[in-house]
Design a protein around this ligand. Structure first.
Ligand SMILES: Cc1cc2nc3c(=O)[nH]c(=O)nc-3n(C[C@H](O)[C@H](O)[C@H](O)COP(=O)(O)OP(=O)(O)OC[C@H]3O[C@@H](n4cnc5c(N)ncnc54)[C@H](O)[C@@H]3O)c2cc1C
Length: 482
């Protein structure tokens, strides 16, 4: 593509592409520093994944944590992350993220963010940190969006930030140097528009809503809870400009999700099964399509189960199998579901099955009947002996014997993509040849979840770095690029 001149009104200090969790704080900070800022969003509304995410953020040393009397430090946060990821993350990016995390939480606090009263707390859906350092609002990601929207509105009213929705980035305007960009092409409400700027920030999210790209880059079948507009646009276009990839081969699925009631390839995040031992002791077994178990269901860390799933179950599909006593005793099987809800949804809602016999349950689910029968028999023997020789499960409350029998279909799910645009520690995009763009940045999930999660998943460590880097990049541009 050759450079075209842009009209003066289409020339900015900075263009932020994507109005989500990373792009919004970036545009807000840029505006507050007096940069002439354009924020473009391909959707017809701002927010991106904030409409979908739990919006958990984590920080050591934020004001609220100190007021709650919790001892913590950035060094502890660093050590927890190192221990959970086993060193597979980008240490330089994590360091920047956690060193500025408390400031980001306090910034939200100063701007009226509604913290859920129980926060900070320890979250067990991911491998837990040693102390309570995770925050969220009562409405998940929407609570963050509420605060960001109010802050953005002020910058728009002050004339510092212009926002274009229904305006996807469709290409870059290269400059004479291979390591800088002049501007972008935007499809503004269907009209191709050229915009120039001194700096461009890709905050376009990941690609965990694009099954083809996901299978190609992450190498796994996609069952997604990600925001539908996260289709990897920034990554695809940056790679056309020579950008390198980072974080490949590090995807780790989030453990379990019921099929979406209507949409193949998606789960309904609101109906997520509770599969973490500290939150619910399991009465069920997990089986694959052959009817075989593959992990100790009472493993304390969810990380152990996620890794076993990737290693043992290539298509990431498994079923929880339990009997009527398990249904009544082990609550909640799914967030907010009572035992009677399972009965009401069985054989009605996708992925929830009830049958009177093992053979009937196998026929309904597609699990191998003989394999399932053998496994239940072995499990019941383990319960009788108080010893599970194959997997070492210790919590063996009762045999699976009391009809009716139940199965719930689960798939390892993608909340985010792990690979992303390679960047240096200042979030400047790095090219395949190792050179770095002087004025093109990638922040948030666009830089890949693995940068901060490594081959693991950590509480708050996509939302927090997205906010931190959003603000830091804006300051960098104000100081060095303008
Ligand atoms: C169900 C769920 C729960 C999660 N819970 C947590 C959690 O509790 N804590 C945590 O840390 N992480 C969590 N995550 C992950 C985290 O929320 C996301 O990784 C993060 O919000 C991504 O922020 P982002 O700004 O990079 O992307 P997004 O918020 O998705 O923003 C990207 C924006 O760019 C726009 N865009 C895309 N292409 C273009 C284009 N061509 N032109 C213009 N705009 C474009 C998109 O429409 C979107 O608005 C969760 C994810 C999911 C799905």
């Amino acid at each position: 593509m050759t450079a075209k001149p842009a009209a003066a009104e289409n020339d900015f200090d900075v263009i932020v592409v994507g109005a989500g969790n990373a792009g919004l704080p970036c545009a807000i900070e840029a505006g507050s520093l007096g940069l002439k800022t354009l924020l473009i969003e391909k959707d017809t509304r701002i927010g991106g994944c904030l409409h979908t995410t739990g919006g958990h953020i984590s920080a050591a040393g934020a004001r609220r944590q100190i007021q709650a009397g919790i001892t913590d430090s950035v060094q502890w946060h660093r050590e927890d992350i190192e221990s959970i990821t086993k060193g597979t993350h980008r240490a330089d990016i994590v360091d920047v993220s956690i060193e500025h995390a408390a400031d980001a939480v306090d910034w939200l606090d100063d701007n009226g963010f509604r913290f859920a009263p129980e926060t900070p707390r320890i979250i067990y859906g991911h491998p837990p940190y040693r102390v309570a350092r995770t925050y969220y609002g009562p409405d998940g990601g929407l609570s963050l969006l509420e605060t960001f929207t109010a802050m953005l509105d002020k910058q728009v009213a002050a004339g510092h930030v212009e926002v274009w929705t229904d305006a996807p980035l469709i290409g870059f305007l290269p400059s004479s140097s291979p390591t800088s960009v002049q501007g972008i092409e935007v499809l503004k409400r269907g009209v191709e528009t050229t915009v120039t700027a001194k700096a461009i920030v890709l905050a376009t999210g990941g690609f965990a809503a694009d099954a083809e790209l996901f299978a190609q880059i992450e190498g796994f079948p996609l069952v997604s809870a990600a925001h539908p507009s996260d289709t990897g646009d920034g990554l695809v276009l940056a790679r056309e400009m020579g950008a390198a990839l980072q974080g490949e081969n590090k995807f780790l699925p989030t453990f379990g999700g019921l099929p979406h009631p209507t949409t193949p390839g998606r789960v309904q995040w609101e109906d997520r099964p509770v599969l973490t031992t500290p939150e619910r002791a399991p009465w069920e077994i997990y089986v694959n399509a052959q009817g075989q178990r593959w992990v100790a269901e009472d493993a304390e860390s969810i990380d152990t189960k996620e890794r076993a799933l990737v290693a043992q179950v290539p298509d990431l599909t498994f079923w929880t199998v339990f009997d009527d006593q398990g249904r009544q005793e082990s609550v909640p099987m799914v967030v907010n579901w009572k035992p009677e809800d399972i009965d009401a949804k069985a054989n009605v809602r996708a992925g929830v099955y009830r049958a009177n016999t093992i053979a009937e349950l196998a026929a309904m689910t597609g699990i191998d009947a003989q394999g399932l029968a053998n496994t239940i028999e072995q499990y019941n023997t383990a319960v009788a002996n108080g010893n599970d020789p194959e997997f070492g499960r210790e919590y063996l409350p009762a045999p699976i014997a009391q009809a009716p029998l139940y199965a719930m279909k689960n798939h390892g799910i993608a909340l985010l993509s792990y690979a992303g645009i390679d960047v240096d520690v200042s979030a400047r995009v790095r090219r395949e040849d190792g050179t770095v763009f002087s004025n093109l940045f990638a922040i948030g999930e666009a830089m890949g979840g693995a940068a901060t999660h490594g081959h693991a998943i950590l509480s708050g460590m996509t939302c927090t770095p997205a906010i931190v880097y959003g603000r830091l990049v804006a300051r960098d541009i104000a100081a060095n690029v303008r």
